[in-house]
Design a protein around this ligand. Sequence first.
Ligand code: A3P
Length: 272
Amino acid sequence: ASPKYKFLRDANLQASRHLPDALIIGVKKSGTRALLEFIKLHPNVQAPSSEMHFFDKNYARGIKWYRNRMPLTLEGQMTMEKTPSYFVTKRVPSRVKKMNPYVKLVVVVRDPVTRAVSDYTQSASKKPPALRKSFAELLYLNGTNVVNTRWGIVRIGLYARYLDAWLRFFPLDQFIFISGETLIVDPAAEMRRLQDFLGLKVIITEKHFYFNTTKGFPCLMKSETLATPHCLGKNKGRAHPKVDGSILDRLRQFYRPFNLRFYQMTGIDFGW
Ligand code: A3P
Protein backbone atom coordinates (compact mmCIF):
# COMPACT_ATOMS: atom_id res chain seq x y z
CA ALA A 1 0.00 0.00 0.00
CA SER A 2 1.01 3.58 -0.50
CA PRO A 3 3.05 5.18 2.29
CA LYS A 4 0.37 7.86 2.36
CA TYR A 5 -2.26 5.29 3.33
CA LYS A 6 0.02 3.62 5.83
CA PHE A 7 0.46 6.98 7.46
CA LEU A 8 -3.29 7.44 7.56
CA ARG A 9 -3.74 4.05 9.23
CA ASP A 10 -0.93 4.49 11.74
CA ALA A 11 -1.71 7.99 12.84
CA ASN A 12 -4.73 8.27 15.02
CA LEU A 13 -5.99 11.15 12.92
CA GLN A 14 -9.36 11.94 11.50
CA ALA A 15 -9.28 10.80 7.93
CA SER A 16 -12.41 11.25 5.85
CA ARG A 17 -13.68 11.07 2.29
CA HIS A 18 -14.49 14.26 0.40
CA LEU A 19 -15.96 15.20 -2.93
CA PRO A 20 -13.29 16.43 -5.38
CA ASP A 21 -11.85 19.92 -4.99
CA ALA A 22 -10.46 19.66 -8.52
CA LEU A 23 -11.34 17.60 -11.59
CA ILE A 24 -9.26 16.63 -14.59
CA ILE A 25 -12.11 16.84 -17.10
CA GLY A 26 -10.23 16.02 -20.33
CA VAL A 27 -9.29 15.88 -23.07
CA LYS A 28 -9.11 12.18 -23.91
CA LYS A 29 -5.71 11.10 -25.34
CA SER A 30 -4.02 14.37 -24.45
CA GLY A 31 -2.00 13.12 -21.48
CA THR A 32 -4.66 12.97 -18.77
CA ARG A 33 -3.25 9.76 -17.22
CA ALA A 34 0.27 11.17 -17.10
CA LEU A 35 -1.00 14.35 -15.44
CA LEU A 36 -2.95 12.39 -12.82
CA GLU A 37 -0.02 10.08 -12.03
CA PHE A 38 2.27 13.09 -11.70
CA ILE A 39 0.01 15.15 -9.45
CA LYS A 40 -0.64 12.12 -7.23
CA LEU A 41 3.00 12.32 -6.18
CA HIS A 42 2.10 15.43 -4.23
CA PRO A 43 1.70 14.67 -0.51
CA ASN A 44 -1.34 16.94 -0.31
CA VAL A 45 -3.24 15.30 -3.17
CA GLN A 46 -5.35 12.17 -3.04
CA ALA A 47 -7.14 10.78 -6.10
CA PRO A 48 -8.63 7.47 -7.17
CA SER A 49 -6.64 5.84 -9.98
CA SER A 50 -9.65 4.74 -11.97
CA GLU A 51 -12.09 6.96 -13.83
CA MET A 52 -15.34 7.31 -11.90
CA HIS A 53 -17.51 8.50 -14.82
CA PHE A 54 -19.79 9.93 -12.15
CA PHE A 55 -21.08 13.03 -13.95
CA ASP A 56 -21.71 11.21 -17.22
CA LYS A 57 -22.51 7.52 -16.71
CA ASN A 58 -22.97 6.97 -12.97
CA TYR A 59 -24.87 10.09 -11.95
CA ALA A 60 -27.99 8.13 -10.99
CA ARG A 61 -25.98 6.33 -8.30
CA GLY A 62 -26.01 9.55 -6.32
CA ILE A 63 -23.45 11.86 -4.77
CA LYS A 64 -22.90 9.59 -1.73
CA TRP A 65 -21.80 6.79 -4.03
CA TYR A 66 -19.29 9.18 -5.57
CA ARG A 67 -17.98 10.43 -2.24
CA ASN A 68 -17.60 6.89 -0.90
CA ARG A 69 -15.33 6.07 -3.80
CA MET A 70 -12.96 8.91 -2.97
CA PRO A 71 -9.77 8.10 -1.05
CA LEU A 72 -9.32 9.05 2.58
CA THR A 73 -7.84 12.48 3.17
CA LEU A 74 -6.46 14.34 6.13
CA GLU A 75 -7.01 18.01 6.77
CA GLY A 76 -4.97 20.01 4.28
CA GLN A 77 -5.12 17.32 1.60
CA MET A 78 -7.16 17.88 -1.50
CA THR A 79 -9.19 15.35 -3.46
CA MET A 80 -9.01 15.06 -7.23
CA GLU A 81 -10.67 12.87 -9.83
CA LYS A 82 -10.13 12.47 -13.57
CA THR A 83 -12.59 11.32 -16.17
CA PRO A 84 -11.72 12.69 -19.65
CA SER A 85 -15.21 12.23 -21.10
CA TYR A 86 -16.52 14.96 -18.78
CA PHE A 87 -15.16 17.65 -21.12
CA VAL A 88 -17.29 16.59 -24.09
CA THR A 89 -20.48 15.44 -22.36
CA LYS A 90 -23.30 17.95 -22.51
CA ARG A 91 -24.92 17.32 -19.17
CA VAL A 92 -21.72 17.35 -17.16
CA PRO A 93 -20.99 21.08 -16.54
CA SER A 94 -24.33 21.81 -14.82
CA ARG A 95 -23.98 18.70 -12.68
CA VAL A 96 -20.45 19.60 -11.66
CA LYS A 97 -21.61 23.08 -10.75
CA LYS A 98 -24.30 21.58 -8.53
CA MET A 99 -21.64 19.60 -6.68
CA ASN A 100 -19.34 22.59 -6.18
CA PRO A 101 -19.52 25.90 -8.07
CA TYR A 102 -15.92 26.66 -7.02
CA VAL A 103 -14.37 23.38 -8.13
CA LYS A 104 -11.08 23.76 -10.03
CA LEU A 105 -11.12 22.44 -13.56
CA VAL A 106 -8.05 21.00 -15.25
CA VAL A 107 -8.01 20.53 -19.03
CA VAL A 108 -5.09 18.90 -20.83
CA VAL A 109 -5.12 19.64 -24.55
CA ARG A 110 -2.99 18.40 -27.40
CA ASP A 111 -2.82 19.17 -31.12
CA PRO A 112 -6.25 17.87 -32.19
CA VAL A 113 -4.69 16.21 -35.25
CA THR A 114 -2.29 14.11 -33.15
CA ARG A 115 -5.06 13.56 -30.65
CA ALA A 116 -7.29 12.14 -33.38
CA VAL A 117 -4.58 9.76 -34.58
CA SER A 118 -3.94 8.69 -30.98
CA ASP A 119 -7.64 8.10 -30.36
CA TYR A 120 -7.94 6.21 -33.66
CA THR A 121 -4.92 4.05 -32.72
CA GLN A 122 -6.52 3.15 -29.40
CA SER A 123 -9.90 2.32 -30.91
CA ALA A 124 -8.33 0.29 -33.77
CA SER A 125 -6.31 -1.70 -31.22
CA LYS A 126 -9.59 -2.94 -29.75
CA LYS A 127 -10.87 -4.31 -33.09
CA PRO A 128 -9.81 -7.51 -34.87
CA PRO A 129 -7.43 -6.57 -37.75
CA ALA A 130 -9.93 -7.71 -40.41
CA LEU A 131 -12.51 -5.20 -39.18
CA ARG A 132 -10.18 -2.22 -38.95
CA LYS A 133 -10.71 0.69 -41.33
CA SER A 134 -7.94 3.09 -42.20
CA PHE A 135 -7.80 6.56 -40.68
CA ALA A 136 -8.52 8.10 -44.12
CA GLU A 137 -11.56 5.88 -44.70
CA LEU A 138 -13.06 7.03 -41.43
CA LEU A 139 -12.02 10.66 -41.77
CA TYR A 140 -13.57 11.50 -45.12
CA LEU A 141 -17.19 11.36 -46.14
CA ASN A 142 -17.60 8.62 -48.77
CA GLY A 143 -15.25 9.19 -51.68
CA THR A 144 -14.69 12.91 -50.96
CA ASN A 145 -12.06 14.86 -49.09
CA VAL A 146 -14.68 16.43 -46.87
CA VAL A 147 -13.96 15.83 -43.20
CA ASN A 148 -16.68 13.80 -41.51
CA THR A 149 -17.58 15.99 -38.57
CA ARG A 150 -19.86 13.28 -37.26
CA TRP A 151 -16.92 11.06 -36.47
CA GLY A 152 -16.54 11.27 -32.69
CA ILE A 153 -12.75 11.24 -33.00
CA VAL A 154 -12.89 14.43 -35.09
CA ARG A 155 -15.51 16.07 -32.88
CA ILE A 156 -13.59 15.71 -29.62
CA GLY A 157 -10.87 17.94 -31.13
CA LEU A 158 -13.26 20.92 -31.42
CA TYR A 159 -12.05 22.23 -28.07
CA ALA A 160 -13.55 25.74 -28.46
CA ARG A 161 -17.00 24.30 -28.86
CA TYR A 162 -16.88 22.21 -25.69
CA LEU A 163 -15.20 24.97 -23.71
CA ASP A 164 -18.09 27.25 -24.70
CA ALA A 165 -20.49 24.88 -22.99
CA TRP A 166 -18.39 24.84 -19.81
CA LEU A 167 -18.04 28.63 -19.77
CA ARG A 168 -21.78 28.96 -19.46
CA PHE A 169 -21.39 27.51 -15.96
CA PHE A 170 -17.87 28.40 -14.78
CA PRO A 171 -15.64 31.49 -15.11
CA LEU A 172 -12.43 31.13 -17.08
CA ASP A 173 -10.25 31.63 -14.00
CA GLN A 174 -11.51 28.33 -12.57
CA PHE A 175 -9.81 26.47 -15.45
CA ILE A 176 -6.22 25.64 -16.12
CA PHE A 177 -5.18 24.52 -19.59
CA ILE A 178 -2.20 22.21 -19.68
CA SER A 179 -0.31 21.69 -22.93
CA GLY A 180 -0.06 17.98 -23.69
CA GLU A 181 3.01 18.74 -25.81
CA THR A 182 4.82 20.60 -23.00
CA LEU A 183 3.84 17.85 -20.57
CA ILE A 184 6.03 15.51 -22.65
CA VAL A 185 9.05 17.77 -23.26
CA ASP A 186 9.04 19.63 -19.92
CA PRO A 187 6.75 17.89 -17.42
CA ALA A 188 8.14 19.86 -14.47
CA ALA A 189 7.11 23.17 -16.09
CA GLU A 190 3.50 22.08 -16.49
CA MET A 191 3.48 20.54 -13.02
CA ARG A 192 4.69 23.80 -11.55
CA ARG A 193 1.82 25.66 -13.23
CA LEU A 194 -0.65 23.05 -12.01
CA GLN A 195 0.57 23.10 -8.40
CA ASP A 196 0.42 26.92 -8.37
CA PHE A 197 -3.09 26.84 -9.78
CA LEU A 198 -4.23 24.32 -7.17
CA GLY A 199 -2.73 26.42 -4.40
CA LEU A 200 -0.22 23.71 -3.52
CA LYS A 201 3.37 24.16 -2.49
CA VAL A 202 5.55 23.29 -5.49
CA ILE A 203 6.97 19.91 -4.53
CA ILE A 204 6.92 18.08 -7.85
CA THR A 205 9.88 19.36 -9.81
CA GLU A 206 12.55 18.29 -12.33
CA LYS A 207 13.91 15.88 -9.72
CA HIS A 208 10.87 13.64 -10.06
CA PHE A 209 11.34 12.94 -13.77
CA TYR A 210 13.79 11.30 -16.11
CA PHE A 211 13.46 10.86 -19.84
CA ASN A 212 13.31 7.17 -20.78
CA THR A 213 14.73 6.95 -24.29
CA THR A 214 13.29 3.47 -24.92
CA LYS A 215 9.80 4.63 -24.04
CA GLY A 216 10.34 8.03 -25.66
CA PHE A 217 8.52 9.74 -22.79
CA PRO A 218 9.25 11.19 -19.38
CA CYS A 219 8.95 8.65 -16.58
CA LEU A 220 8.92 8.96 -12.81
CA MET A 221 11.89 8.38 -10.52
CA LYS A 222 9.32 6.95 -8.12
CA SER A 223 5.54 6.76 -8.17
CA GLU A 224 2.92 7.05 -5.46
CA THR A 225 3.23 3.31 -4.78
CA LEU A 226 6.69 2.33 -6.11
CA ALA A 227 10.02 3.63 -4.86
CA THR A 228 11.72 2.66 -8.15
CA PRO A 229 11.80 4.38 -11.57
CA HIS A 230 8.61 3.73 -13.40
CA CYS A 231 6.92 4.63 -16.72
CA LEU A 232 3.24 4.68 -17.63
CA GLY A 233 1.84 1.42 -19.05
CA LYS A 234 2.18 0.08 -22.60
CA ASN A 235 -1.15 1.62 -23.61
CA LYS A 236 0.26 5.12 -23.00
CA GLY A 237 2.74 6.23 -25.64
CA ARG A 238 1.73 3.75 -28.34
CA ALA A 239 3.28 3.83 -31.81
CA HIS A 240 0.84 5.48 -34.23
CA PRO A 241 0.19 4.08 -37.72
CA LYS A 242 1.58 6.10 -40.60
CA VAL A 243 -1.07 8.46 -41.93
CA ASP A 244 -0.44 10.21 -45.24
CA GLY A 245 0.90 13.77 -44.78
CA SER A 246 -1.74 15.23 -47.09
CA ILE A 247 -4.49 13.76 -44.93
CA LEU A 248 -2.98 15.24 -41.79
CA ASP A 249 -2.64 18.61 -43.58
CA ARG A 250 -6.28 18.49 -44.58
CA LEU A 251 -7.30 17.78 -41.00
CA ARG A 252 -4.99 20.50 -39.67
CA GLN A 253 -6.62 22.97 -42.06
CA PHE A 254 -10.05 21.83 -40.85
CA TYR A 255 -9.13 22.49 -37.21
CA ARG A 256 -7.41 25.82 -37.84
CA PRO A 257 -10.38 28.19 -37.19
CA PHE A 258 -11.47 26.18 -34.15
CA ASN A 259 -7.92 26.23 -32.75
CA LEU A 260 -7.67 29.99 -33.25
CA ARG A 261 -10.91 30.47 -31.40
CA PHE A 262 -9.68 28.25 -28.61
CA TYR A 263 -6.47 30.34 -28.33
CA GLN A 264 -8.61 33.47 -28.12
CA MET A 265 -10.85 32.02 -25.46
CA THR A 266 -8.00 30.76 -23.27
CA GLY A 267 -5.47 33.50 -24.03
CA ILE A 268 -2.90 30.80 -24.83
CA ASP A 269 -1.38 30.07 -28.23
CA PHE A 270 -0.74 26.33 -28.16
CA GLY A 271 1.15 26.47 -31.44
CA TRP A 272 -0.84 23.87 -33.40
P1 A3P B 1 -0.29 7.98 -27.29
O1 A3P B 1 -0.38 6.67 -26.58
O2 A3P B 1 -1.12 8.05 -28.49
O3 A3P B 1 1.14 8.41 -27.56
P2 A3P B 1 -4.53 9.93 -22.07
O4 A3P B 1 -3.87 9.46 -20.82
O5 A3P B 1 -5.28 11.20 -21.89
O6 A3P B 1 -5.30 8.82 -22.73
O7 A3P B 1 -3.38 10.34 -23.09
C1 A3P B 1 -2.51 9.38 -23.63
C2 A3P B 1 -1.34 10.13 -24.23
O8 A3P B 1 -0.55 10.71 -23.21
C3 A3P B 1 -0.38 9.25 -24.97
O9 A3P B 1 -0.86 9.11 -26.29
C4 A3P B 1 0.95 10.02 -24.87
O10 A3P B 1 1.28 10.68 -26.07
C5 A3P B 1 0.67 11.07 -23.80
N1 A3P B 1 1.67 11.17 -22.74
C6 A3P B 1 2.04 12.34 -22.16
N2 A3P B 1 2.98 12.13 -21.25
C7 A3P B 1 3.23 10.80 -21.24
C8 A3P B 1 4.13 9.99 -20.49
N3 A3P B 1 4.95 10.53 -19.57
N4 A3P B 1 4.14 8.66 -20.73
C9 A3P B 1 3.31 8.14 -21.67
N5 A3P B 1 2.43 8.86 -22.40
C10 A3P B 1 2.39 10.18 -22.18
